[in-house]
Design a binder for this molecule. Structure first.
Ligand code: FES
Length: 313
């Protein structure tokens, strides 16, 4: 982790606050690419990931937008309520699990709510590159729309549709005309779980490599009422590890000293894919195809339907 200074803090929409972070000393900030996020430690010690939403060409600052989520684990509320301009916070180096396809020339962005944040940096990069894109940005109301003025400006003219549903699913934007016919475009979707699932269901006939998801749910947010503890057996060592409700398999096995790769930790990137040897999984990811679900599991979000499962770790 490195220490950075909060150079500016401001509310930019209902429950959404923007923080500008700059180097706290003479060390320059590490470079980054569009779609990157940083892990940030709130004053209460909780660590959460936030996408960088400024222009990746800007090397002297990181800009993040934080949604105040009282139903979350407390990191965002603590950050917004207790961090002010002039304070310092600790962050990790930028990491990108949602990067732009380097050779694609056309992009469809679908953002729901705070899911606009990585897409802001991506669109700025594409403007600089001269590559084509369109954005469909779905929010509850004008007041809940972050970056509204910027998106209405010349930089994005003719490329952005903003739709407000008033919080009523009956007023949802119809994405089907956008996704009905597969094209050479790459689709990037970031937002709440129901939006990701809807886009996944509407893009089953697209090339899998052209569809990209990102969400910031963690194992706690992926939890469902009624989740039960279960045991995961690590076939290589024979260890048995208890997984509590609200805890992921990944967290549980790491707490027992076992290593496993991960990136998004929200069931969207595929990094933690693990072979399922025994038992039945409760799949909660957006990666696996139906024909993979009997033998594979994403251990960052998925759980077990049986009291015990065995995995190839
Ligand atoms: S770490 Fe990305 S799917 Fe699990």
């Amino acid at each position: 982790m490195m220490t950075v200074r909060v150079a500016h803090a401001a509310r930019i929409a209902t429950d959404i606050h923007l923080l500008e972070l700059r180097s706290a000393g003479s060390t320059p900030l590490p470079g980054w690419t569009a779609g990157s996020h940083v892990s940030l430690r709130s004053p209460n010690g909780s660590v959460r990931k936030y996408s960088l939403c400024n222009d990746p060409a800007e090397r002297d600052r990181y800009v993040i937008a934080v949604k105040r989520d009282p139903a979350g684990r407390g990191g965002s509320v603590d950050l917004i309520d207790h961090v002010r301009a002039g304070d310092t916070v600790e962050i990790g180096e930028p990491h990108n699990a949602f990067d732009l396809a380097p050779r694609a020339q056309s992009f469809i962005f679908i953002a729901g709510g705070i899911g606009i944040t990585p897409i802001m940096s991506m669109m700025k990069q594409l403007n600089a590159d001269g590559r084509r894109y369109q954005l469909c940005y779905l929010t509850r109301s004008p007041e809940h729309t972050a970056f509204a003025d910027e998106l209405a400006g010349d930089e994005f003219r003719g490329k952005v549709v903003v739709h407000h549903d008033g919080g009523d699913p009956a007023n949802s934007y119809d994405l089907w005309p956008l996704l009905e016919k597969p094209s050479s475009a790459h689709v990037y979707c970031c937002g709440p779980r129901p939006l990701l699932e809807a886009v996944r269901d509407m893009t089953g006939h697209w090339s899998k490599s052209a569809i990209h998801f990102e969400s910031f749910i963690d194992a706690g947010a992926a939890a469902k009422p009624g989740d039960k503890p279960f045991t995961v057996r690590l076939a290589r060592s024979g260890d048995r590890v208890e997984v509590a409700p609200g805890q992921s398999i990944l967290e549980a096995i790491r707490a027992h000293g076992h290593e496993a790769p991960s990136s998004c930790e929200s069931g969207t990137c595929g990094t933690c894919r693990t072979t399922l040897l025994e038992g039945e999984a409760d799949h909660r990811d957006l990666v696996l195809m139906d024909d993979e679900k009997d033998t594979q599991i994403m251990i960052c979000v998925s759980r077990a339907r049986t009291p015990e499962i065995a995995i190839d770790r």
